[in-house]
Design a protein around this ligand. Structure first.
Ligand SMILES: *[C@@H]1O[C@H](CO)[C@@H](O)[C@H](O)[C@H]1NC(C)=O
Ligand SMILES: *[C@@H]1O[C@H](CO)[C@@H](O)[C@H](O)[C@H]1NC(C)=O
Ligand SMILES: *[C@@H]1O[C@H](CO)[C@@H](O)[C@H](O)[C@H]1NC(C)=O
Ligand SMILES: *[C@@H]1O[C@H](CO)[C@@H](O)[C@H](O)[C@H]1NC(C)=O
Ligand SMILES: *[C@@H]1O[C@H](CO)[C@@H](O)[C@H](O)[C@H]1NC(C)=O
Length: 459
């Protein structure tokens, strides 16, 4: 980056010297015009490269800047460049809804987000969609540096990376205070929160019970969604079809984070349509007892029933212990069990889909991510919690009737891509699906409502 700056200023000086020399020697008019033309072209080139360079700087600097001053300068620079829409870089968007969408990303002090990345796990563990979405948005076409031009405001707070030194689980006890402190900051520094009371602001809540920020369901339900974000939009992994206090907020159900790199690596050795020598696969804790919540009578027994009934059945490959190479087992399996655990959702769902193993979803009332992109009923087998003891029979029936059509749907690359968050937004990937979902909520956009009011006035 330093080099770039140096060469630019050197060129600049060189040009000045040239101009002076030419002036002195009194070139003919024709040539003067010519050089003016060249000068203009050069300025245009400089502006464009500055634009690209600064936007590159901003997106790359964001992880590690301690000094705010330069960023502000860069911001105002790129703002002034982007005021002329026709000279801004071509938007390579694919969907008209998304193309028109504009998202402003708050630049919060690093204690709210990037400081947590000092722990490597922060950007790879199953709650890491809070990091992944932020990163992908920073370089995406929908990003605007002009908050007055934004439909939505993304508040990047990482709350899942305070890993317990005892058991390695994320301690999310600080989540509520961290978020409210961030909201306090943005609502005093900028007018946008107060203007809409946060309704066009977007948060990520990627843990078990989403925006309730507690790992135990009964406590989570009692605490509910923090008052401060009740009017906002939450991207959360938790979603159920029945009434639940942890989804009493405008929200989008998102998949848990699974590293796309790990999926690619596994697929190198195990292509999606390769041999699958395991019929039914499950690896994980067999005695999970989710909280006893009325109306969910069978839930706490599901895994125990699976273990008791099918351990020793030759068709089932059931393992209790953790194993680093479990992705290759998924890639070798026809059916992958995705029973509920603490919460209805599980990373198994994403890994099964991405690796082409038919997910067998055993979680009554679960609401699955991105239903408009992933036709869940066509790529999975849903088994009611109370029917889990009949699993063998149910899967035999599927294998005898429509397994190949389920696999064909599942192996569609578009389906397998939709649940993965890439470093940069790719058409159809998980961040793209998030943006697609946001574009359906554009009625919350202050900017859009202003535009439509304007239109009303005009007509
Ligand atoms: C934007 O740039 C175009 C082409 O470079 C130019 O024709 C137009 O007048 C500019 N508009 C404004 C508002 O500066
Ligand atoms: C991290 O979690 C622990 C509890 O496990 C808590 O004592 C500590 O204050 C948390 N750290 C931050 C920075 O919130
Ligand atoms: C937004 O409202 C809060 C609470 O009423 C107030 O303290 C804050 O100063 C307001 N922010 C702005 C930018 O006016
Ligand atoms: C589970 O909840 C139901 C209804 O809320 C209650 O009747 C039952 O006693 C509870 N069971 C246990 C083991 O707590
Ligand atoms: C497969 O068959 C089952 C039972 O006959 C049915 O419920 C399910 O919708 C079918 N799935 C597909 C993708 O055809």
């Amino acid at each position: 980056m330093e080099n770039h700056k140096k060469t630019s200023s050197k060129n600049n000086k060189g040009y000045y010297v040239k101009m002076k020399l030419m002036h002195k020697h009194g070139r003919p008019q024709q040539e003067k015009n010519n050089s003016f033309h060249k000068y203009f072209k050069w300025i245009l080139w400089l502006s464009l490269s500055l634009y690209f360079f600064t936007s590159y700087l901003i997106s790359n600097n964001n992880n590690n800047h301690h000094d705010h001053q330069p960023t502000h300068i860069i911001k105002s620079l790129s703002q002034s460049f982007s005021t002329n829409k026709t000279t801004s870089p071509p938007q390579q968007s694919h969907n008209t809804n998304i193309k028109n969408l504009k998202v402003f990303i708050y630049e919060l002090p690093p204690k709210y987000n990037t400081n947590w990345l000092s722990n490597e796990r922060c950007k790879t563990h199953l709650f890491a969609s809070e990091v992944a979405i932020h990163r992908a948005l920073l370089t995406s076409d929908v990003r605007t540096f002009d908050p007055y031009d934004a439909d939505f405001f993304f508040v990047p707070v990482y709350v899942s990376c305070n890993f317990s030194t005892v058991n390695g689980f994320p301690a999310i006890g600080h989540a509520r205070s961290l978020i409210s402190s961030a909201v306090h900051l943005i609502s005093s520094d900028y007018p946008f929160w107060n203007r809409s009371r946060g309704s066009d602001h977007v948060f990520v809540a990627s843990h078990d019970f989403g925006s309730c920020f507690h790992t135990l369901e009964d406590v989570a339900m009692k605490d509910g969604v923090p008052e401060i974000m009740k009017k906002s939009i939450v991207l959360q992994t938790f979603g159920v079809t029945y009434d639940h206090p942890c989804q009493k907020v405008e929200h989008v159900v998102i998949p848990p984070f699974v590293s796309p790199g790990s999926i690619r690596n596994t697929m190198k050795s195990f292509p999606v349509n390769g041999r699958r020598d395991i019929w039914v696969f499950f690896r994980g804790k067999m005695e999970v007892h989710p909280k006893n919540v009325s109306g969910r009578f069978y839930s706490k027994k599901v895994r125990t029933v699976i273990w008791k009934k099918f351990n020793g059945d030759r068709r089932f490959f059931l393992q209790r212990r953790r194993f680093a190479g479990y992705q290759s087992e998924i890639a070798r399996s026809v059916f992958c069990l995705c029973p509920l655990g603490w919460a209805p959702w599980s990373p198994r769902l994403v890994e099964s889909v991405a690796l082409g193993c038919v997910p067998v979803i055993i979680a009554d009332g679960i609401r699955l991510p991105f239903p408009s992109a992933v036709k869940w009923s066509e790529i999975s087998v849903m088994v009611a919690e109370r029917d889990v003891w009949r699993l063998g029979e149910i899967l035999e029936n599927v294998a005898a009737s429509n397994l190949s059509s389920i696999q064909r749907n599942l192996w569609d690359p578009r389906t397998r891509k939709a649940l993965l968050f890439n470093g940069r937004v790719q058409e159809g990937d998980a961040t793209w699906q998030v943006l697609h979902s946001l574009s359906k909520k554009v009625d919350r956009s202050y900017r859009s409502s202003r535009v439509s009011r304007q239109l009303d006035f005009d007509t």
